[in-house]
Design a protein around this ligand. Structure first.
Ligand SMILES: NC(=O)c1ccc[n+]([C@@H]2O[C@H](COP(=O)([O-])OP(=O)(O)OC[C@H]3O[C@@H](n4cnc5c(N)ncnc54)[C@H](O)[C@@H]3O)[C@@H](O)[C@H]2O)c1
Length: 384
């Protein structure tokens, strides 16, 4: 029998909306899931925003205070899609209240924050899923499978890139993202967190790293009203950008493989240019998020001049079959979140974790902290 899971969303900006849509779409794509999410309530501090969400998506109740969600017995599972500085407080409180959590990356401001949420989840015996959505792309799942099969030989090195222009406009408002106290790291938490997770997903644990960071737009105008996403602001008082716009990092993996991870939020001309190239002794895989359904694959026995062919993902690659019946029908970002919602709800239903967990968030956050330390000290840092 299908069981109902009451869900709540805390913070209704971009991610709050995407999580809500994912809950609504999950039964369409994964009808065999033994649980059905039922929207119960949405918490949002900006006046009117929760009410608009309720009107549009059908939440039967709203609140300005997320603590009401922790106390609500109708709520079994909570999406935590508020800014980073609230992840620890809300994540720990929800777990202690016995709620399962689907929490956005990077899970707090530091590895210590991520660890606190992970410990609370473990102690409460609830399930925790983290928003490392790029893992869910069927082409990424296929790349992992190919690498694990040994067909591409021993993995030697990876290049992971995450270039974006979301902060390239000098009029981009000084939102929580640019403050240490509310955002933590800059592009480290925003984009490099995804890069670290992808690198670990494909190549295993990172042993040590050496990073360099930079701030290229040192001041921005303070917003005059409520913000969501990447709001522009002109005329407001200027304030300092407190975290990095750019990071470049050398990686050494426990396997002996090497890597380079580069991420920027201020690269004019780059829109969601995320991807990787992984090289093995016999082949390679190439992925670009903007062509999510394609994986470049070089395999064979030639070593030199070995061709690269494009595989269009289809049923049989990751969760593609839940969306389209034949190869080369494009999937989108929101579909990755539907897969994530499925993993979360399946974890809740079965009591076993599917998809990235809070422990993965701790690993990612530990690497990000190490990047900050390495950049400040100018040295390699070994991950504990
Ligand atoms: N997985 C991804 O690809 C991805 C993409 C974007 C953002 N994120 C993560 O999602 C989180 C949210 O990012 P976003 O882009 O949606 O930000 P956003 O600014 O668009 O939304 C955050 C929302 O939280 C609300 N909020 C702030 N304080 C609150 C409180 N005390 N109680 C309730 N609501 C509160 C804000 O008013 C806003 O509506 C961040 O942690 C970010 O790192 C993940």
């Amino acid at each position: 029998m299908v069981r109902t899971v009451g869900v709540a969303v805390v913070g209704f900006g971009w991610m709050g909306r995407v999580h809500t849509q994912a809950y609504q779409r999950v039964p369409h794509h994964f009808p065999q899931l033994p649980v059905r999410p039922e929207l119960v309530t949405v918490a949002e501090e900006v006046p009117g925003r929760a009410e608009e969400a309720a009107e549009q998506f059908g939440f039967p109740s709203t609140t300005r205070n997320w603590r009401d969600v922790a106390a609500d017995p109708r709520v079994h599972a909570v999406s935590i899609t508020a800014p980073n500085f609230l992840h620890r407080e809300i994540g720990v409180a929800m777990a202690e209240a016995g709620k399962h959590i689907w929490i956005e990356k990077p899970v707090g401001l530091t590895a210590e924050d991520a660890r606190a949420v992970a410990d609370a989840v473990a102690k409460a015996g609830v399930r925790g899923t983290v928003g490392f959505n790029y893992r869910n792309a069927p082409a990424v799942a296929y790349a992992r499978e190919l690498l694990a099969s040994g067909e591409l030989g021993t993995v030697t090195h990876v290049r992971v890139r995450l270039f974006s222009d979301y902060a390239a406009h000098p009029d981009g408002a000084l939102t929580w993202r640019y403050e240490r106290a509310r955002g933590g790291g800059g592009v480290l938490g925003d984009l490099a967190s995804h890069g670290v997770d992808l690198a670990r997903f494909l190549l295993g644990d990172i042993e040590s790293l050496a990073a360099d960071t930079a701030v290229f737009i040192p001041e921005r105008a303070r917003p005059t009203g409520a913000t969501a996403g990447h709001t522009l602001a002109t005329g407001g008082e200027l304030g300092p950008v407190e975290n990095e716009d750019y990071v470049n990092c050398l990686l050494r993996f426990a396997s002996g493989a090497r890597g380079v991870l580069e991420a920027s939020r201020v690269s004019v001309g780059e829109q969601n240019n995320y991807g990787f190239e992984v090289h093995g002794t016999k082949g390679a895989v190439f992925w670009d998020y903007r062509r999510m359904g394609e994986l470049g694959v070089s395999r064979g026995t030639s070593y030199q001049d070995q061709p690269v062919s494009t595989v269009f993902v289809g049923p049989g690659h990751g969760e593609y079959g839940a969306f389209q019946p034949g190869a080369a029908n494009a999937m989108g970002y929101d579909d990755l979140k539907v897969i994530e919602a499925r993993n979360f709800l399946r974890s809740v239903a079965e009591g076993t974790s599917y998809g990235p967990t809070l422990e993965d968030a701790v690993h990612s956050a530990t690497a990000l902290d190490a990047m900050s330390r390495s950049a400040a000290q100018g040295t390699w840092v070994t991950l504990g």
